[in-house]
Ligand binder design. Structure first.
Ligand SMILES: Cc1cc2nc3c(=O)[nH]c(=O)nc-3n(C[C@H](O)[C@H](O)[C@H](O)COP(=O)(O)OP(=O)(O)OC[C@H]3O[C@@H](n4cnc5c(N)ncnc54)[C@H](O)[C@@H]3O)c2cc1C
Length: 387
């Protein structure tokens, strides 16, 4: 039976980032096991928005760290990720003005380039937007977007090139703790022994945890995206708009506009999830976007899709050691906003696995036992995936 020092389960952007960071930290005998192909679940459906507006300091720090990693990705990892630095316009909902002020104060204290702006100034940042229902807005200079598929593939390839091993189209069927320490891992491609296991299994977390006898409180979260073609096009450098009053976001996609939302918790089996977009979504989101951006009145629907992420009870990631099972680490519950955090979280998890502690950013606020300890995290905004 092959023996590994660490097995990472799940080849989304988080599993791939952890895999790369473990290998580049010098750990030998690291295996990544993916049920299908790299980025075949939430990561491959993701909108790829990169922003720093967050309620929790740890998340702002992670977003800053990750943002730097995205900007240097091609040089450091050797993969083009189609990164665009277009900025982000954050539109607060009524009653959330103080929340936005607090959020912006925190970002500025930590070094993010962001300014509060008055509603009447919104069209200076994004021409033709109607913001008469917006009490306060902010513009974030350092925000952008990138291709999540390329990020995951880049990390997976880099980890493999540096000595890690990847098994694709291989499901982990069982993980059993051995009495003398370490784990036996049963997969479709054979059985393995390992000292440590990292679960980065997205929407599958609860089911995989149940096999280990642990409750990972993750519920599948449905997110939907539609691409609209505007007469006259939509420049790829137009800023992303995070529209809290309308619970939606939009950004440029090629010469078109990609609009999405992510609020639907669904108790579905991720294996059987239908990723096609119901037409009702297009009709409903079109109404909202036409109100905000009347140029969309004559837009036509080009394509659309849905994806499932795993949501935690407080919509913040669940990352860290599982106290009941020594050697087991989870990295799940990304709650619809985890792409942009993957470089920083992957690095932190690799540090934890390799050295037993965090060095770059302390991820203990995300600890899996925070719910049992009454330490669930809070969010400033009512749109949950804004977190
Ligand atoms: C439509 C949509 C839009 C989004 N937009 C944004 C955005 O703009 N910005 C942002 O930051 N985030 C966004 N997100 C969220 C972000 O994409 C996710 O948080 C992130 O991709 C999660 O990555 P992951 O690696 O944790 O999970 P996943 O990408 O879901 O990967 C988990 C992997 O585990 C594998 N797996 C499961 N069980 C097993 C098993 N037993 N054995 C082996 N493999 C297994 C699965 O096949 C899967 O590939 C969006 C998500 C969606 C769906």
């Amino acid at each position: 039976m092959s023996r590994y020092r660490a097995i990472v389960v799940g080849g989304g952007v988080h599993g791939a980032s952890i895999f790369h960071h473990l290998v580049s930290a010098g750990m030998d005998r690291v295996l990544l096991v993916e049920r299908k192909t790299v980025a075949s679940a939430a990561t491959g459906r993701s909108t790829g928005i990169i922003r720093h507006h967050y309620s929790q300091e740890v998340t702002v720090r992670l977003a800053m760290h990750s943002s730097r990693a995205f900007r240097r990705f091609r040089e450091e990892i050797g993969q083009d990720i189609a990164y665009v630095n277009n900025g982000l316009l954050f539109l607060a909902a009524r009653g959330e003005e103080d929340a936005l002020r607090k959020c912006v104060d925190q970002q500025r204290r930590l070094g993010v380039g962001v300014d509060l702006i008055r509603p009447e100034d919104v069209p200076r940042y994004h021409p033709d937007l109607v913001a008469d229902d917006v009490p306060l807005a902010a513009f974030e200079l350092d925000a952008g977007y990138a291709d999540p598929y390329s990020v995951a593939v880049g990390y997976a390839k880099a980890g493999e090139a540096n000595g890690g091993k990847i098994l694709l189209n291989t499901r982990v069927r069982d993980v059993r703790k051995k009495s003398g320490g370490g784990f036996d891992v049963t997969t479709d491609s054979g059985d393995f022994e390992t000292e440590r296991v990292v679960l980065a299994v997205g929407a599958w977390a609860r089911a995989v945890g149940a096999r280990l006898g642990i409750d990972i409180p993750v519920t599948p979260l449905r997110l939907s995206n539609a691409v609209l073609e505007l007469p006259g096009g939509y420049a790829r450098t137009m800023p992303t708009v995070l529209d809290l009053p309308n619970h939606m976001y939009f950004r440029p996609e090629g010469g078109s506009l990609l609009v999405g939302n992510g609020e639907g918790l669904e108790d579905v089996d991720p294996d059987g999830f239908d990723e096609s977009l119901p037409y009702g979504f297009v009709e409903e989101v079109s109404e909202r976007i036409v109100r905000r951006f009347p140029r969309c009145t004559n837009a036509s629907y080009k394509t659309g899709w849905r994806g499932l992420d795993g949501a935690s009870p407080d919509f913040h990631p669940i990352v860290g050691p599982v106290p009941e099972v020594e050697g087991l680490v989870v990295c799940v519950g990304m709650s619809g906003h985890g792409f942009k955090l993957a470089p920083g979280i992957g690095r932190g998890v690799a540090e934890l696995v390799a050295t037993g502690g965090y060095e770059t950013i302390d991820l203990t606020p995300y600890a899996p036992d925070r719910f049992a300890k009454g330490k669930a995290l809070t969010s400033l905004f009512s749109m949950k995936i804004a977190a």
